[in-house]
Design a protein around this ligand. Structure first.
Ligand SMILES: Nc1ncnc2c1ncn2[C@@H]1O[C@H](COP(=O)(O)OP(=O)(O)OP(=O)(O)O)[C@@H](O)[C@H]1O
Ligand SMILES: [Mg+2]
Length: 248
């Protein structure tokens, strides 16, 4: 199976940073997979995602998406990938429709394409009745769902989601996870981060655990559980490899 993402020996130390955010990280994601990028706070997950979408330049190493270098083909790759950032990336004082029209125009979509796709996605993610409400009136779960829609209007083959279920209730989480599974079943690759191990166990074909900017272990959740001593859940595996000490 071909790789959707190849990350080889990435290094990144931010200006003024004491320790590297990424310290020789290598990660591979197969096409068509749901891959969970897991790690404690500060492990380097968002830095990795920001390098993949061309927002942060690595100091060294390589990152490619569908064989194209992320540092060189940023604009071209933006047509193929959808990125859902950790922070809500929509204009709070505009309605969902206004946001989606604007984002659609950035992707060069015509108004019919935006209307049709936004209509379908808003309905699928339970926001059709709220399309004319301002985003800053939305609940946390609604904002997260809208943030996902914004990244999918151009129908990307790969979506990268940075904590898409952070701070949402059980109902919104279930809707988001069902939706991601459904999107994956259309042959799309999904990379996602979460601190909820139970959730990752439920939806990921494979997870990769990173810590302090380094690769720790990867595999299918059930395989990792089976192959790690005294582990019954992915959370046990995570703690086995990353320890109990709190990150600063
Ligand atoms: N813009 C920045 N400037 C300086 N240091 C940064 C910057 N962004 C991240 N860092 C540092 O780089 C390291 C990795 O951060 P990163 O945000 O990639 O981790 P993360 O795994 O996404 O963590 P979290 O689970 O808290 O979101 C941390 O030590 C963080 O403090
Ligand atoms: Mg992060």
């Amino acid at each position: 199976m071909a790789y959707a993402i190849e990350i080889a020996n990435l290094r990144k130390t931010y200006k003024g940073g004491w320790t590297p955010a990424l310290d020789g990280l290598s990660v591979y994601v197969h096409e068509g997979q749901v891959m969970g990028l897991l790690g404690p706070n500060g492990a380097g997950k968002s830095t990795t995602i920001n390098i993949l979408c061309g927002l942060v330049a690595p100091d060294s190493g390589h990152a490619t998406i569908f064989g194209k270098d992320c540092t060189k083909h940023t604009l071209e790759l933006r047509k193929t990938i959808g990125v859902v950032p950790q922070q809500i990336a929509m204009f709070g004082n505009l309605t969902a429709w206004e946001n989606l029209r604007y984002i659609g125009s950035l992707y060069g979509l015509n108004s019919k394409q935006v209307k049709d796709r936004a209509h379908d996605l808003l309905a699928r993610l339970g926001l059709d009745k709220h399309a004319d409400k301002r985003i800053n009136r939305y609940s946390g779960g609604m904002k997260r769902r809208a943030n996902i829609i914004a990244s999918l209007l151009h129908q990307p083959s790969l979506i990268i989601l940075d904590e898409p279920t952070a701070g949402v209730d059980v109902q919104s989480r279930a809707m988001i996870l069902d939706f991601l599974k459904e999107y994956n079943q259309q042959g799309k690759t999904i990379v996602y981060t979460s601190h909820l191990m139970e959730e990752a166990e439920q939806i990921c074909d494979e997870v990769v655990i990173i810590d302090e900017g380094k690769f720790v272990v990867s595999g299918a959740p059930l395989e990792l559980i089976k192959n790690t001593a005294d582990c019954k859940r992915l959370e046990d595996v995570f703690l086995h490899y990353t320890g109990h000490s709190v990150r600063d």
